[in-house]
Write a protein that binds this ligand. Sequence first.
Ligand code: HEC
Length: 354
Amino acid sequence: MLNQSKLATKFTLLLSLVFIGAIALSGFALSHALEQKAEGEIAYRSQILAETMNSVRAFTNTRVSPLLMPMVETQPTFIPETIPSFTVREVFENLRKNEEYKDFFYKDALLNPTNLRDKADVFETDLTKQFQSDPKLKNISGFRDSVGEKLFYSARPFSIKNATCLRCHSTPEAAPKSHLASYGSENGFNWKLNEVLGSQVIYVPASKVFDDANRASLLIIGIFVGIFALVILLINYLLKRNVLQPIKPMAQLAQKISMNEISAEEAAEFEHEKLAPIVKRNDELGQLGRVFQRMVQEIYAREQQLKQQLQKLRLEIDDSKRARQVAEIAESESFQKLQEEAKAMRSKRESATE
Ligand code: HEC
């Protein structure tokens, strides 16, 4: 099929194949790179979120709790706003109302939490152990399976740096009564300053990471395809203009000559009109044009020569034909008879005159 299609079509087809291959290859490499970039970006955002949550906690602890504490002591109802972690949870829930963050989940996964909901699972305990054994380790991220769903996680070590936190997290005796009333005196105590107590983990469904990466790679591949399509169109146009169009008149002339459809004068005119610009070129096409021009001139010169020779031959044939006819007449019987008769008459006349 390729052998039968035109040069421009063939070229376009081959170029498209090359481009499709290039796009497939770069798409493959790209999607991997973009996935890593998407992971990196989510991990980075998670770091900032965890930092922000800690700041919210510190603010509640130092600024809000002291204001509310007198009410906590006097009022029978528990005021959750005194608890820094309550604020953190609320703030994070507000954040999740934002479309950008609705897929983010935040967890303070502690080995010994106040609220057992925050208890680290096996996976998170393992993360915390890694942070404990390597104090320089600031972040771990990756994928994990959780109840049939694949999650991307980004974890950072958690420790308390502010001694005021110890009021509710050191010994039950130091904690406000309402705290003990709600959470008991079993959990969330004996925390030590600057000691890794657990991990702050942000979870995002893995599909979000892949969706982000796919969206980015689709965009880039779309741009690629657009540019390639433009390049193919441009190459096609340039090929037609610079290579195929100059060849066309040569092909037309050659065809006309081969079919004997054109006279020497017409050929000369054609040559003057259409071949002249090609012949002037310095490239291979110009060279081809000059060779072609010489060839055409040669063909007509030979034809001319042949015609003249034919004419001469015809004349020669006419001459020899006439000579032969004369000879034939001379050789014919009747002519001989006539000659004999003439001879006899001549001898008769001679004898009569004697
Ligand atoms: C007024 C008492 C109080 C103070 C002060 C306090 N916390 Fe808490 N903290 C709590 C209570 C109560 C919870 C459990 C809240 C819940 O139901 O999630 C908690 C929960 C937490 C949690 C979640 C894990 C868990 O134990 O359930 C972290 C992390 C935490 N606190 C860190 C801090 C830090 C850091 C500070 C200091 C900036 C601090 N807390 C100060 C009372 C306090």
